[in-house]
Design a protein around this ligand. Structure first.
Ligand SMILES: O=C(O)CCC(=O)C(=O)O
Length: 335
């Protein structure tokens, strides 16, 4: 038997580092949360070596901001099949959610924000790191258009089959060249929301070939039942390894294909997902925004796995309705 009280994870501090369970608040910031979280991924089977070169994004005349706003307000043709497959599999990858111009514009803006925040060029300057920057929608007008997009909000409400969705938070995620896997998890563990009506729109800001670490999903949605008794371990890679073993043993299908330009995935809070390492010379930049059904409450006991959740739902206590000013209704449009 392992004695967790003597386990160590060098990225944890304070009570997070000594108490063996997760029933305590996260004590550091959002970036420190990700620095910790990626240490829980098992990278023993990853290929190491030279990073492979990708072509830069094409040089095109970018659409105006007004054209992007228009695009992000135009409804997407969501079909019955998309909804059925999301509700059965726990995720759906939708093509042509964004045009090439909107993707390139997004990438430029997200890289600018990351470089300002980390005070370095992403061009190799942050190798091996998993960078995260949240709440960019508050100060950046163009990012706000993508995060509060009625096109995206309507897709989310449609997939969840609910009348109205609110924003939980946005998160710019950059898996830098050489960064390893994202551990297997489901977001129900992460978001302190007492509902099963939660969806994340994972919006790549470039195409993502397999070697760059596309988000990958176990299916169907119900596979979370196979692993519900595996105890989360906040110190090492054992949780991730156990999930891999169970999924292999039970022949669980995993969708781990590439993302074309403009393709966006939507995953449910109980969808088990992971992402491979970024073995390319370019940052894998994504805007991941999470939406939940209007009226949902905060769970009674958020854990350290929920990171800085109080920043995303300020002034709302456990058990209360999550409807702070940081959680605007994204669909339907309000007057
Ligand atoms: O971008 C990644 O590698 C992980 C993101 C993720 O797990 C999520 O958005 O739910």
């Amino acid at each position: 038997m392992t004695n967790k009280s003597v386990q160590i994870n060098g990225t944890l501090t304070g009570k997070n580092a000594v108490q063996s369970d997760v029933n305590q608040p996260w004590e550091q910031d959002n970036q420190a949360w990700w620095d910790w979280y990626v240490t829980l991924a098992d990278n023993s089977a990853e290929k190491k070596g030279e990073l492979f070169e990708l072509q830069p994004m094409p040089e095109i005349d970018l659409p105006s901001d007004a054209a992007i706003v228009e695009e992000l307000r135009t409804p997407y043709e969501l079909t019955r099949e998309h909804i059925t497959s999301f509700q059965r599999d726990g995720f759906v990858k939708l093509s042509n959610v964004l045009t090439l111009g909107a993707v390139i514009r997004l990438r430029r803006e997200l890289i600018k924000l990351l470089e300002e925040a980390y005070n370095t060029s992403l061009d190799g300057g942050m190798r091996d790191r998993f960078l995260s920057l949240d709440m960019a929608w508050l100060d950046n007008p163009i990012v706000r258009e993508y995060v509060l997009s009625p096109r995206i909000g309507k897709i989310c409400a449609g997939l969840l089959s609910v009348p109205s969705v609110r924003l939980y938070h946005d998160n710019i995620l950059s898996k830098e060249p050489g960064c390893g896997r994202t551990p297997w998890h489901y977001d129900d563990h992460h978001f302190p929301l007492a509902t099963d009506h939660v969806v994340t729109a994972w919006m790549p800001a470039q195409p993502i070939p397999v070697g760059m670490g596309p988000l990958s999903f176990a299916k169907p949605l119900s596979v979370f039942e196979l692993v519900k008794d595996i105890e989360f371990n906040k110190f090492d890679t054992s949780y991730d390894r156990r999930i891999t073993e169970v999924f292999k043993h039970k022949n669980v299908a995993v969708e781990n294909g590439s993302f074309n330009i403009g393709e966006v995935s939507f995953h449910h809070n109980r969808s088990f997902h992971t992402a491979a390492a970024n073995l390319t010379n370019q940052s894998r930049v994504v805007l991941a925004s999470t939406y939940f059904v209007d009226g949902a409450r905060v769970v009674d006991q958020p854990t350290m796995v929920s990171g800085e959740w109080k920043k995303f739902i300020p002034g709302v206590s456990p058990g209360e309705v999550a409807a702070s000013k940081m959680n605007p209704v994204c669909w339907p449009l309000e007057d």
